[in-house]
Ligand binder design. Sequence first.
Ligand code: CP
Length: 340
Amino acid sequence: MLTKTKAPHFLNGPSIDNDTWRALVESAVAHRYGTASAGQPGAGRSIALMFFNPSLRTRTSMEQAAAQLGADATTLVAGQGTWNFAWGDEVVMDGEEAEHIHEAIGVLARYYDALGVRVFASGTDYELDRTDARMQQIAGSATVPVVNLESAFYHPCQALADAATLTDHFDGAVEDKKFVLTWTYHPKALPMAVPNSALLMASRLGMDVTVARPPSHALDASLMNQAEQAARAQDGTVTTTEDIDAAVDDADVVYAKSWGGPLVYTDPDREAAEREAHRHWRVTADRMATTNDGIFMHCLPARRNVVVDDAVLDSPAAQHLLQAEYRLHAQKAILARLWQ
Ligand code: CP
C-alpha cells in the first residue's frame, strides 16, 4: 500500500506516491481536528518500537499514536536490555554482538503487526548512509510493515508532520510560499535525515524552496536533484544560496537545521573548522524581522541561543510545538493507513 515491497513499509518520502502522501497529510490534519474516521483501527494490533538512538518526541508520540488507535506498543532500546546486534552480510560474530539484526527483526515480526525503527547514520561510511543501508536491511528482514522513525538519510514521520503543519498553518495555500531551509551552527556535526526530508517535503508541496548553507555544507547532490525534480513537477522551485540574510529576506517559512553534510565523511577536520567559522548562522529576531511575517520551524531538539534565539523561539512566529504536536497526528495517520 505505501510501498511495493513485500510488506507495506513507510521508509522514506520518495518511496511514497504523491496521492498517498497527500492523503496522509489530510488524514494528519483530520486527526488534529477530530474529523478523522471514527473507530479503532489498531484494536487487536501491536507494534514494536526499536530505538538505536535517543528520542523524546518520536518515542512518546508513537506510543501515544498506537494507544489512541487501540493498539499495543512495546518500546525497545537497542543494547539496553536487548542483546547487542550485528549488521551486514557474512559477518563473523565473534565480538560483543550476540544477535544478528536479521534474526532480531525476524523474531519481532512474528510477535507484532508492525515495527518502528530508529537507526541513525554511521557518520563514517557515506555509501552505507546515503543508501539507508541499515533501514533497508531491516525492511528486507521484516515480514510486517516497518515505519522509519529516522534513519541515516530520511525522517519521513517528521516530514509528514511538517507538511501537515504547513498545510494547517497556511490553510492549504502553500504552493506560492517561500520556504527557506537554513543551515545553522551547532557544536556537533549532525546527520542529514531531517534537512533531506524537509527539503523533499517542501519541494513536493510545490513551494519556492531556498536552501541556505555555507559553501562547505552542501547537501547530497543527488538528493538536491530529486528535490528540484519534485518541485518542478508541482510548479515550485529549488534554489541554493550561501547568504543566510538574503535567504530569509521575504521568507514565509524559516526552517532551521544544522547538518554536517558529505564533508563529514571526506574531511571531518575541515568540516569542524568550517562549522566553527559559521557560528553566526543563527536565527535571530533581526533576521526574522526581514521575513514576510514568516513562521519559524524546527524539528526539535533545538539549542537555544546557538541555533535560534530565545526571542524567536518564544515568539508567536515559532511553530515548533505545533510541529511536535503533528508528530502524533501524522503517525496516527500512518498507522491507521497501515491497519485500515
Ligand atoms: N524531532 C525528533 O525526531 O525528535 P526526537 O529525536 O526527540 O524523537
